[in-house]
Design a protein around this ligand. Structure first.
Ligand SMILES: CC(C)(COP(=O)(O)OP(=O)(O)OC[C@H]1O[C@@H](n2cnc3c(N)ncnc32)[C@H](O)[C@@H]1O)[C@@H](O)C(=O)NCCC(=O)NCCS
Ligand SMILES: Nc1ncnc2c1ncn2[C@@H]1O[C@H](COP(=O)(O)OP(=O)(O)OP(=O)(O)O)[C@@H](O)[C@H]1O
Length: 201
């Protein structure tokens, strides 16, 4: 049983998943907000609300969500993004809360909520503390081009929708340097976990 919920965030390619895996190795349980978002958005209840808002054709003949088309419409302006969030965020949050509560009952050192939009979605309010992973833009660009096999132009377009480092530095209580080697990342995470447990329990 644990009461400690650590929100983990940072821009694309900084190394959140890598840090989340290190927390898992250190005895934590991880709740993956991106995965929950993907499953929730494909749920029938959510899909029908999205169709009503963004058009029937966002669901293809194969009955699957056309993510690219939805993204084009939902990210075309601020109002559309707000309409997307108004439909998806309450449902995503409900499932995140359910999974966090399940994890808290188990024998873990802490629960990690891995959420790229931790602050933007308000999910930080579910956490005891927040940790941000950051890395210089050129490192992140190189990583996501290689990880996702995409062009530098597409990678830059994705990165441009996100917050800068200052955003994370001013909001997160703890920072992790995403450019550490994998073994140093594990050492940093082990130390940070002890520090957070010491500070908050
Ligand atoms: C609209 C969807 C289907 C588009 O999917 P797609 O695979 O094409 O893009 P992806 O999810 O990788 O997002 C692309 C970029 O948009 C940004 N983004 C994603 N969701 C949002 C949002 N709600 N508000 C602002 N920016 C967003 C991301 O930072 C990312 O860089 C998808 O973004 C989605 O399901 N969004 C709503 C759910 C949500 O808010 N997810 C965020 C995690 S909690
Ligand atoms: N410390 C590191 N050293 C070397 N490579 C790394 C390191 N951290 C992450 N990477 C690599 O960089 C890529 C992006 O890392 P990761 O998927 O963890 O980032 P992320 O922050 O979760 O990104 P996204 O928000 O886009 O999912 C991956 O291919 C990963 O293997």
């Amino acid at each position: 049983m644990t009461d400690l919920v650590i929100g983990l965030t940072g821009p694309t390619g900084a190394g959140k998943s890598t840090v989340a895996a290190a927390f898992q190795k250190a005895g934590c349980l991880v709740v993956d907000a991106d995965r929950i978002a993907r499953l929730t958005i494909s749920d029938e209840k959510c899909l029908s609300a999205l169709r009503a808002e963004f058009g029937n054709d966002i669901v293809g003949e194969d009955n699957r969500l056309n993510r690219t088309l939805l993204a084009q419409r939902a990210f075309s302006d601020k109002k559309s993004t707000q309409r997307l969030n108004a439909i998806t965020h309450p449902l995503i949050k409900e499932e995140i809360v359910r999974q966090i509560n399940e994890c808290r009952k188990k024998d873990a050192r802490a629960v990690i909520l891995d959420a790229p939009l931790l602050f933007e979605s308000g999910a930080d309010s579910l956490c005891t503390v927040s940790v941000a992973v950051t890395a210089p833009a050129e490192v992140r660009l190189y990583r996501i081009v290689n990880r996702d096999s995409i062009t530098p132009e597409l990678a830059k377009a994705r990165m441009s929708t996100q917050q800068d480092d200052a955003y994370y530095h001013s909001r997160a209580q703890y920072l992790i340097d995403g450019t550490l080697s994998i073994s140093d990342t594990q050492i940093r995470v082990n130390q940070l976990l002890e520090q957070i447990i010491g500070d908050y329990e």
